[in-house]
Design a protein around this ligand. Structure first.
Ligand SMILES: Nc1nc2c(ncn2[C@@H]2O[C@H](COP(=O)(O)OP(=O)(O)OP(=O)(O)O)[C@@H](O)[C@H]2O)c(=O)[nH]1
Ligand SMILES: [Mg+2]
Length: 368
């Protein structure tokens, strides 16, 4: 089976994110001749390959996340082109929740902006393992090795991530190395992407979301982490306990399943859409939990009732005390009832403003 790699671009407005993806498609020969003809001056209009909305093309900005797909050798790539504008941070966050890798772009001539750092912080906050700092528009700084080194030292002084100098406009180090930077002997972006190895899900704790219940008592669910076996006992988020009677995958009865994947089950207790199945030893948290999250709403925090949402589960909460560091809030919150969580569990949740019904944040819920 082919490996699936999901990635997104990130960085400030105009750093060249859309152009980079257009360049990747051009150099990988994935663009049909009639589309190339329609583009006219291909190099200048590479961003139009992903900026699909009319408003995006007219204003030459990205507004919505556009997904593009292609396959190469053993990998299927799903690439999200995210907008750089602060106004559209929510789109970037929603793309981030779905990816394994992020390309953080910097405009070599402009340098590192607050938005670049914000995008990088959020990617690390969400635990994304594969991050490449792409110093783009190297043509504008005469392909200077010193400029590349200075920017890399500034953004990543301890050398945690990968770094590539590139020119999306002219194609250097996207698919081909190009002739301008003989001082760079690392991989091109395409080689870096192909070299990424996705780790197996190592978390042994059970975490499964019930998505649908059928009239015959079967529930459809998704196993996010851990393994489930017939006869195994489990806890629900609200403390109910049950036993797995039957497990099915692709319609066939099985004894055991491993994450990640969809499955169906028959349990000893009634299950409901939105139920979360956890380890039998999941224990009760009192009504006060810890929430680490990024707030993207427009109204003043605390003005409107906020709701934690995980798939179909919705829980209103109250904030007690709040600290803010690099766009990430850490606070204690009070929920109307106790919840059961696995040991050291960080439940990924989105935050909804109950008045506007808008998603205003993203974070992790854990026991205090
Ligand atoms: N000189 C030079 N210009 C580039 C390069 N890459 C992109 N550009 C230009 O930079 C401008 C912005 O490019 P986009 O790809 O639209 O930038 P973006 O990061 O997608 O912008 P938003 O989606 O609005 O955040 C365009 O005029 C591109 O032609 C490069 O490597 N060198
Ligand atoms: Mg763009």
């Amino acid at each position: 089976m082919k490996k699936i790699l999901r990635l997104t671009t990130a960085g400030s407005v105009d750093d060249g994110k859309s152009t980079l993806i257009g360049r990747l498609f051009l150099d990988e020969r994935l663009i049909k001749t009639d589309i190339l003809e329609a583009l006219g001056d291909v190099e200048q209009n590479l961003a139009e390959l992903t900026d699909g909305l009319r408003e995006e093309r007219e204003k030459k900005i990205t507004i919505d996340v556009a997904f593009r797909y292609f396959e190469k050798n053993e990998t299927k790539f799903i690439i999200a082109d995210s907008p750089g504008h602060q106004e559209f941070l929510r789109s970037y966050l929603s793309a981030l929740t779905q990816v394994d890798a992020v390309l953080i772009l910097i405009d070599a001539a402009v340098g590192i902006s607050e938005q670049t750092l914000r995008h990088l912080n959020l990617a690390t906050f969400l635990g994304i393992q594969h991050i490449c700092i792409v110093v783009n528009k190297m043509d504008l700084v005469k392909y200077s090795h010193d400029r590349f080194r200075a920017l890399v030292n500034q953004i990543d002084p301890t050398g945690v991530w990968s770094h590539t100098p590139a020119s999306a406009l002219h194609g250097d180090n996207v698919t081909h190395p190009g002739p301008h930077m003989p001082w760079y002997n690392g991989p091109t972006l395409m080689q870096w992407l192909e070299s990424i190895k996705l780790e197996e899900v190592s978390n042994k704790n059970i975490h499964s979301d019930v998505q649908l219940n059928l009239p015959d008592g079967t529930s459809l669910a998704f196993l996010n982490s851990g393994e489930l076996q017939c006869g195994e006992r489990f806890s629900c988020l609200d403390g109910r306990k049950g036993v797995i009677n039957n497990l099915f995958r692709f319609g066939k009865k099985v004894e055991k399943i491993s994450a990640p994947g969809s499955f169906s089950l028959i349990a000893s207790i009634p299950l409901f859409r939105g139920d979360i199945l956890l380890d039998e030893q999941a224990s009760e948290g009192q009504v006060i939990f810890k929430l680490k999250w990024c707030y993207t709403g427009n109204s003043k925090l605390g003005e409107n009732q906020l709701i934690l949402k995980h798939h179909t589960l919705e829980i209103p909460f109250k904030i007690i005390g709040l600290t803010l560091e690099n766009d990430i809030h850490e606070c204690a919150i009070e929920t109307p009832y106790s919840l059961f969580l696995n040991q050291d569990m960080n439940l990924k949740v989105s935050i909804i403003d109950d008045q506007t019904k808008q998603t205003v944040g993203l974070g992790f819920l854990s026991k205090r």
